[in-house]
Design a protein around this ligand. Structure first.
Ligand code: AMP
Length: 181
């Protein structure tokens, strides 16, 4: 992806101060989604990360990870597996809890979502502290998924989520983001 294309994407992202709570600068991606050329460009960038590797399933994280994940899955012709916040998935699930700044959260995956050995690309809109993605990767590993990468539209580099995910990856797969702040 060219620097000009990355600039076009970056310029469209809207910083919303103090959302959802004071002190957070929320990266609003809806202007990218609402512009067909920019949305396609963002998906182009995520697809480039795959670099011709075989992907059986995209694992998308609740909720904006579904938007990017579904578009990538459709583009490359693979399946989509949702990792959701606890209580949203209708069938039998595996779950994992992880620490948040205050308290903890739980995410779930359907227990039959992956067949052992299937290749998986994790997709989310944004990598912040890495807690959510690390939990999702752990669920994929428990089901015997073969993770080929973790791909993000945006990375907030100052929150060091990359370190958390790279520890989880242990050199086995790359962590990639289109735009880093
Ligand atoms: P984390 O587990 O800290 O990496 O948080 C990642 C999840 O929280 C992603 O699914 C994002 O959608 C969301 N998120 C965290 N921080 C922000 C932010 N500043 N702007 C937009 N989304 C965020």
């Amino acid at each position: 992806m060219s620097p000009t294309d990355l600039d076009r994407l970056s310029s469209a992202i809207r910083d919303v101060q103090d959302f959802p709570k004071e002190g957070i600068v929320f990266k609003d991606i809806t202007p990218v989604l609402g512009d067909p050329a920019l949305f396609r460009l963002a998906i182009d960038g995520l697809v480039e990360f795959i670099d011709g590797q075989r992907v059986d399933k995209i694992v998308g994280i609740d909720a904006r990870g579904f938007i990017f994940g579904a578009a990538v899955a459709d583009r490359i012709g693979c399946g989509l597996v949702p990792v959701r916040k606890k209580g949203k998935l209708p069938w039998k699930t595996h779950e994992i809890s992880y620490a948040l700044e205050y308290g903890e959260a739980t995410v779930e995956i359907h227990e039959d979502a992956l067949i052992e050995g299937e290749t998986v690309l994790l997709v989310d809109d944004l990598l912040a502290t890495g807690g959510t993605s690390a939990a999702a990767l752990e669920l994929v590993k428990r089901q015997g998924g073969d993770i080929i990468g973790a791909a993000f539209f945006i990375e907030l580099g100052f929150l060091d989520g990359r370190k958390v995910l790279e520890a989880e990856a242990a050199g086995e797969f790359p962590v990639k983001a289109l735009l880093t702040y």
